[in-house]
Design a protein around this ligand. Structure first.
Ligand SMILES: C[S@@+](CC[C@H](N)C(=O)[O-])C[C@H]1O[C@@H](n2cnc3c(N)ncnc32)[C@H](O)[C@@H]1O
Ligand SMILES: [Zn+2]
Length: 273
């Protein structure tokens, strides 16, 4: 069965000559870059939904320099425990410009990867660079995905509601949530706030799931150039909270050491549909 459902009438979408179509003849064409836009105009809260082009480019350049690779490496290792040889589908929600989706897929050749993000610039960048992955513009709060259609959902630093994740997962499907650990980017926060606060790590087990595993990754990254520091700042929400003088101080920095920390929770869908 196809994974996508029609955002207008909820019927399954089938791919016919570069267009996803439902039985009621709603159709969504595959764009030149290879993605499909399944976000209806009224589902957008603003014209520019999700991360903007500047944030996407900064994230891509920063991730390209492998500062955060411990995260997708660990995710790949964990997934191999559950899916060693079997083909499985993975939906990466809030996938951004696709760095992690691609990293995981390359490590797990049996993985059929689908990426969803509400930001059109993110999905355009993702689709252009990673043609083997199916990308769509959509909201994680209203996924254009059939009930019980996917084996795994990953949600990496992205907003979502667990009810919707529950709906799209097959029985016993896995939900992998990645959130910041206490000290994530504390070195950067110290430059921004007079009294920086640690992240709140608490995440309760979502209804309908059981926790199978939790991994906490902690590391320090050493950034030795101004461009990467600027990219790191621009891909975080802190960018918008800086005063002009702090902006200038950080713009002049040529080195930064900062803690990074990721909390990975693996949940299994336990109950009903
Ligand atoms: C912090 S970024 C993380 C991107 C990627 N997972 C990564 O870790 O590199 C959060 C992403 O969530 C997306 N996003 C925000 N609201 C969303 C929504 N309602 N539905 C889907 N994606 C959303 C943003 O556009 C952005 O790409
Ligand atoms: Zn339809």
């Amino acid at each position: 069965m196809s994974l996508y459902k029609c955002p207008v009438c909820d019927e399954t979408l089938e791919l016919l000559q570069r267009s996803w179509r439902c039985v009621n003849n709603h159709h969504f064409d595959i764009a030149r870059e290879g993605y499909v836009n399944l976000l209806l105009a009224h589902q957008k809260k603003s014209k520019q939904a999700g991360d903007n082009k500047m944030m996407i480019q900064s994230r891509r350049q920063f991730l390209n320099h492998h500062y955060y690779d411990t995260l997708p490496e660990k995710l790949s290792t964990l997934l191999k425990v559950y899916f060693s040889t079997d083909t499985f589908s993975l939906l990466d929600i809030g996938c951004g410009e696709g760095y992690y989706s691609d990293f995981i897929q390359k490590n797990l050749p049996e993985c059929l990867m689908w990426g969803v993000d509400i930001s059109k610039p993110a999905i355009i960048a993702a689709a252009k660079r990673y043609p083997n992955i199916s990308f769509s513009v959509a909201s994680s709060y209203r996924l254009p995905v059939n009930d019980q259609a996917v084996d795994v959902v990953t949600k990496i630093y992205a907003p979502a509601e667990s009810n919707e994740i529950f709906r799209v997962l097959k029985p016993n499907g896995l939900y992998i949530s990645v959130t910041p650990g206490k000290s994530h980017l504390f070195g950067l926060k110290k430059l921004i706030y007079d009294t920086p606060k640690e992240h709140d790590e608490a995440e309760s087990v979502p209804v309908g799931f059981e926790r199978l595993d939790q991994a906490v990754l902690c590391d320090t990254i050493e950034i030795d150039n101004n461009q990467d520091i600027a990219n790191l700042l621009a891909m975080t929400p802190y960018f918008w909270q800086l005063s002009e003088s702090r902006h200038q101080e950080i713009a002049a920095l040529t080195a930064l050491n900062t803690e990074i920390s990721f909390i990975i929770n693996i949940y299994r869908k336990t109950s009903g549909v």
